[in-house]
Design a protein around this ligand. Sequence first.
Ligand code: GLY
Length: 345
Amino acid sequence: MSWSRREFLERSAALSAAGFLPRLPGAWEAPAPVAGTPFRGRPCVVSSSNGIRGVQVAYDRMVAGEDPLDAAIAGVNIQELDPDDQSVGLGGLPNEEGVVQLDASCMHGPTRRAGAVACLEGIATPSLVAKAVMDYTDHVMLVGEGAGRFARAMGFKEQNLLTDKSRQDWMRWKSRLNPNDAWLDHSEDIRIKFTTGTINMNAVNAAGDIGSVTTTSGMAWKVPGRIGDSPIVGAGQYCDNTVGAAGSTGRGEANIKTCGAFLVVEFMRQGAPPQQACLKALERVVAMTEARLLGPGGRPRFDLEFYAVTKAGDFGGATLYSGGRFAVCDERGARLEAAASLFRR
Ligand code: GLY
């Protein structure tokens, strides 16, 4: 179904008045089936572990017929709107000036489209704004004030995203700063809740159509204007409807340099199973890590995680350090699975 911008605005105004988030209609037309046997896969949703509630929601919506990207976005909306998840959306930890700045990107496999926003302020659901960029503009990415103006014009509700809990954490961090602190070398002392948490979700339906989305408040206490990997198509998430999708959480700076999500999908294209593809991408991350971030034995002093699903519904996840888990939902229900790892913690 394709909606005009005017129809969308009228509808989202009515929904906002009724207290609902604007729901973005899919503006794409499903491609006509190709002659021959239709592809039969296994519906599956895979995400970072904080998506354990969301994967069930996404899976249920998808098997009920909802588009995989819309379903995945509904899944991540749960974390975006949860004030207790301090790594994303409402309640996300702020930048060094106490301002919550959000990043997100998404891709829609069947129509080969992408959308992204970065440094978005005052809107709790950047994933939906990223999809609006994809559906209603000729662009892929909007940032900062322009992204905010666009979101407001599309009917998204503005709100204060800094919860008391996150404000207090920020105050505690700020109170421990001293004149000798540098951006490059953080002492352990000021790393209070130095999170790079995020949520990535990838969904594939029985027809093998895929959607992927990643959304985050980024690195806590970041320099204002800092953008991580989440809004970078090919780094924070990537989707190719002929192969599969992948996404990441963890230190965005490390992932951007390897175009990690794209790399995972390319390894799967070459035949690697999802878990193996994630591990191979992590090896590349280690190889690309600058010396100041390497500890004893050449091991990175940060963590990074990849999650992946194939067109047929096979899935996997891997982290740099052992002990990580990821969320999955398929015909066996929602659960956490152990991630493979490169190094023992
Ligand atoms: N992976 C999230 C970030 O670094 O912003």
